[in-house]
Design a protein around this ligand. Structure first.
Ligand code: BG6
Length: 364
């Protein structure tokens, strides 16, 4: 049941600290990362030449974050595919590849078919799955469960956050075993990981502030989400959350790409949500904020605590607590989920069961 919450989605947003903690904690012990269920020896991990991440919907977005994190920290080349594309694109299989299928339900038809396709070509398959004993969990060579618990709302929140946590653990494990990060970095990343659940908890306290802001945009026709690097990955998920439950059209754009197309759609008062959590990219993202403001946009920025400078350019700012650059998506997603939720609520829509969408899609 909804446990006093008006909707499952809000309840599940609030369950995120627990979902992330339950996914992280059993695998973090004595300053080491133990993922026994991986079933891979250190030698196996060192041999990986390429990772194929395959998923649908939000799980695909988690996979895009995974690409940035795995490539950035573990230095393993990663390709991310939509399952429905992967299965028919006749991909080039190389020896020593690892396929990772990400799925909340473990029953998504395209993801399951992609799993079988990879397996048939001799590729080892790891499932990152939430539902214990589901088809993908059963058919994968190994399963790393996300411990988010049952998710009811069609729009995923806590399962997505748990998927990110699982990908971070996997990355740290791979980076350590392959000897591509120093011990100091390994430990500092672990300590940042451990803080995520409490930081997510603190962010939930902004709910009223976000509701007030969302109420100003209930009649919007369209919105944009922009960001660079890992902030682009979270823009995709923020934009999907919004459009799936509010029916407001929205686009996520790599901030640097906006001027090559969609900037023509920016008009007076178009809301642009700008993600700016990557310090090394601040100046670049700010210049994109200036570009859209010049065309009349209203800019809501999501940035790191302490980055006061941004107030000179953005119209409204949401600050997230400090974490490692590679983990910011776990925090930045919270205000974006709340924003989508309150827009949908304010528009009087069926938040948990948006039209035309199903929680689990078992047909092609
Ligand atoms: C979609 C759901 O149809 O399937 C999305 O509406 C979900 O919320 C996607 O992200 C993938 O589902 P799963 O269960 O494979 O993660």
């Amino acid at each position: 049941e909804k446990g006093g919450y008006e909707h499952f989605m809000l309840k599940e947003i609030y369950e995120q600290p627990k979902a992330v903690r339950d996914t992280l904690n059993p695998r973090l012990k004595d300053k080491e990362i133990n993922i026994e269920e991986l079933g891979m020896s250190d030698e196996d991990i060192c041999k990986i030449k390429k990772i194929l991440i395959i998923a649908c919907g939000s799980a695909y977005h988690a996979g895009i974050t995974g690409k940035y994190v795995l490539e950035g920290l573990a230095r393993i080349p990663v390709e991310v595919d939509l399952a429905s594309e992967f299965r028919y694109r006749n991909p080039i299989y190389e020896p020593d590849s690892l396929a990772i299928i990400i799925s909340q339900s473990g029953e998504t038809a395209d993801s399951l078919a992609a799993l079988r396709e990879a397996k048939n070509h001799g590729v080892r398959v790891l499932g990152i799955v939430n539902v214990v004993g589901s088809s993908i969990a059963r058919e994968a060579d190994n399963v790393m469960y996300t411990w988010a618990g049952p998710e009811i709302s069609v729009a995923t929140t806590k399962a997505y956050s748990a998927q990110l946590a699982a990908l971070y653990l996997l990355t740290l494990k791979f980076a350590k075993v392959r000897g591509v990060i120093t011990q100091d970095r390994y430990l500092s990343l672990q300590s940042d990981l451990i803080q995520l659940p409490e930081q997510i908890e603190n962010l939930l306290g902004m709910k009223e502030k976000i509701q007030r802001f969302a109420n100003r945009y209930l009649a919007a026709d369209h919105m944009f989400f922009i960001g660079r690097g890992i902030d682009y990955a979270i823009s995709l998920e923020g934009s999907l959350k919004l459009k799936e439950i509010s029916y407001i059209h929205s686009e996520a754009y790599a901030a640097g790409e906006l001027k090559h197309g969609t900037i023509s759609l920016i008009e007076d008062n178009t809301l642009v949500v700008a993600l700016a959590t990557q310090e090394q990219l601040y100046p670049k993202t700010i210049s994109n904020i200036v570009e859209v403001k010049t065309r009349g946009a209203f800019v809501l920025a999501v940035t790191n605590f302490g980055h006061k400078e941004i107030e000179k350019n953005a119209d409204y700012v949401i600050y997230i607590p400090k974490t490692d650059n590679f983990f910011t998506n776990s925090l930045a997603i919270v205000p974006l989920q709340l924003f989508a939720y309150y827009i949908s609520l304010g528009r009087g829509l069926d938040v948990d069961k948006p039209r035309n969408l199903a929680k689990s899609v078992t047909v092609e």
